[in-house]
Ligand binder design. Structure first.
Ligand code: ARG
Length: 417
C-alpha cells in the first residue's frame, strides 16, 4: 500500500497546490482535511471537491464549530485569555482543534505523516507540529511551503501548468486567519507599523465612529459559561455568534498591536474579536463579584501563564492541563447576570447580579444598616503596617529614610491665616 499523508487543507492556493507538491515530493497519497471552526467564507463542500480535483485521494470536512466553541473558546473565556493583555488567542485556539482532527484522520486512513501549509516565520507551524507530536508521537510532520521554499509565484505557476481549479489572479494583500472567536489580519502595508489600518481591513466589525443607537444586553453565566442572552438560552457557539453580531455592529473588539511571536519576531497584527472581547469584559466583571480575593489575584497570574502556553503552542502540555484544573475550580461560583452596554467601540458593564455573589450590601454601604464594625479597622491597620513601620525606622537609623523635600506649604489664599 502507498504511504499516506494527511494535509490540513484550507481551500486556498497554497494548500491546493500543496496536494500535488506533496504527492510529487513523497510519492504518497494525499488526504485533505478541512475543519470548520466558524471561519465562514466558502462552502465546505465546494472546498472538499476542490481538494479532490487537485488530486487528493480522499477529502474530509469536519464541522467542529460547537466543539471549538465549547472546548477551546470557553476555556479561553474562563481564563480571560488576552495575550500581551490584548489578543484573545483567535488562531492559537483553533490550531490544537485542527490538530486533533488531523490526527484522527491519520488514524482512520492509516497515514504516517501529517502536513500543514504554514511558513517558517510564524507561530502556527509550532502549534501544528508540537500539537501533532503531543497527541500522535509516532506521526511525522511535513510543511511543504516552508520546507520546499514554495513561493506564491511558484504556486501560481504550478496551478496554471496543472490546470488546478483554483483562483490565481485575485490577490488579497493581507494574510488572514479567522474563526468564530475572531479574525487576524497581517502583512501588506500593515507591515509598516506607522501605517494606520484602512477600512477594508475589517469585516467582523462596523466602524465605531458612527455607531447605531446603543445596544444593551444581559448575559447570563453558569459556572463561567454564557448560557443565555436577554433571557434566551444559547449554546456557547450561539452566544459567541450572537455577540459577534451585536458587538460587531457597534465596532467593539478592534485590536491593533505589535506582538511577540514565539520565534522571536515582533509582528504587527490587526484583530477583530467583537464577541470574544464583549464576553471577556462581562465574564471578568462577574468574577469580580463572585471570586474570593486571594483566588482572584492568583487566578490573574494563572490566566496569564495559561495564555502564554496556548499562544506558544503548548495546548496539550502537562502544565496547561494543570492550570486548566485550577481555572476550572475558580469558576464554580461564577454564575449570574451581567448587563452590558455595547456602543461606539466599547462594551461597558452597567449592572451585575448573582446568587453566589460575595458582594455584601450591608458591609459595603455607607448608609444606615452598616454591619461592618469600623472600630476593628484600627487594630487591623496597626498590625498590617507593622512590618513596614519597623523597616522604615531602621532606614531612618541608617540615614536612608525617605527624603521629603520641596518648599514649605503656604497658606491657601483667602484661608484667613
Ligand atoms: N499572530 C497571530 C497568532 O500567532 C495570528 C496569526 C494568524 N495568521 C494570519 N495569517 N494572520 O496567533
Amino acid at each position: 500500500m502507498k504511504d499516506r499523508v494527511v494535509l490540513a487543507y484550507s481551500g486556498g492556493l497554497d494548500t491546493s497546490v500543496g496536494i500535488g507538491w506533496i504527492a510529487d515530493a513523497t510519492g504518497a497519497e494525499v488526504i485533505a482535511v478541512a475543519v470548520d471552526v466558524g471561519q465562514g467564507g466558502e462552502d465546505l463542500e465546494v472546498i472538499r471537491r476542490r481538494a479532490l480535483d487537485c488530486g487528493a485521494v480522499e477529502a474530509y470536512v469536519a464541522d467542529a464549530r460547537d466543539e471549538f466553541a465549547e472546548e477551546y473558546c470557553m476555556p479561553a473565556l474562563k481564563a480571560n485569555a488576552l495575550y500581551m493583555d490584548a489578543y484573545p488567542l483567535v488562531s492559537a485556539l483553533s490550531r490544537p482543534l485542527i490538530v486533533k482532527h488531523l490526527v484522527r484522520a491519520a488514524r482512520q486512513f492509516g497515514a504516517s505523516t501529517v502536513a500543514h501549509g504554514c511558513t517558517g516565520k510564524g507561530n502556527d507551524q509550532v502549534r501544528f507540529e508540537v500539537g501533532i507530536t503531543s497527541i500522535g508521537p509516532d506521526l511525522k510532520c511535513i510543511a511543504p511551503i516552508r520546507d520546499l521554499a514554495l513561493t506564491r509565484d511558484k504556486a501560481i505557476d504550478y496551478a496554471t501548468r496543472h490546470k488546478l481549479p483554483i483562483e490565481t489572479t485575485k490577490h488579497n494583500p493581507f494574510s488572514i486567519d479567522q474563526n468564530v472567536w475572531g479574525r487576524a489580519v497581517e502583512t501588506g502595508y500593515l507591515e509598516d507599523i506607522w501605517n494606520g489600518p484602512t477600512k477594508d481591513v475589517y469585516t467582523y466589525t462596523d466602524d465605531p465612529t458612527f455607531p447605531p443607537v446603543e445596544d444593551e444586553v444581559v448575559i447570563t453565566f453558569h459556572a463561567g459559561i454564557p448560557v443565555a442572552l436577554d433571557g434566551v438560552p444559547v449554546t456557547p457557539l450561539q452566544a459567541i455568534q450572537e455577540m459577534n453580531r451585536r458587538a460587531g455592529a457597534q465596532g467593539v473588539g478592534r485590536i491593533d498591536i505589535v506582538e511577540d511571536r514565539l520565534v522571536g519576531i515582533k509582528s504587527r497584527e490587526i484583530y477583530e474579536a467583537p464577541g470574544a472581547m464583549a464576553l471577556i469584559a462581562a465574564h471578568r466583571e462577574l468574577e469580580n463579584v463572585t471570586v474570593e480575593r486571594e483566588q482572584a489575584r492568583f487566578k490573574k497570574r494563572v490566566g496569564a501563564r495559561w495564555t502564554e502556553l496556548v499562544y506558544d503552542g503548548m495546548w496539550f502540555s502537562p502544565l496547561k492541563r494543570s492550570l486548566d484544573a485550577f481555572i476550572e475550580d475558580t469558576q464554580q461560583y461564577v454564575s449570574g447576570e451581567i448587563r452590558l452596554v455595547l456602543h461606539g467601540g466599547r462594551a461597558t458593564v452597567t449592572g451585575r447580579r448573582s446568587e453566589s455573589s460575595l458582594y455584601d450590601f450591608n458591609l459595603a454601604t455607607y448608609d444606615t444598616g452598616d454591619t461592618f464594625d469600623q472600630s476593628q479597622a484600627r487594630g487591623f491597620i496597626e498590625i498590617f503596617g507593622l512590618t513596614a513601620k519597623l523597616a522604615a525606622a531602621r532606614d531612618a537609623r541608617f540615614g536612608r529614610g525617605v527624603v521629603i523635600s520641596g518648599p514649605d506649604l503656604l497658606p491657601a489664599e483667602g484661608s484667613g491665616a
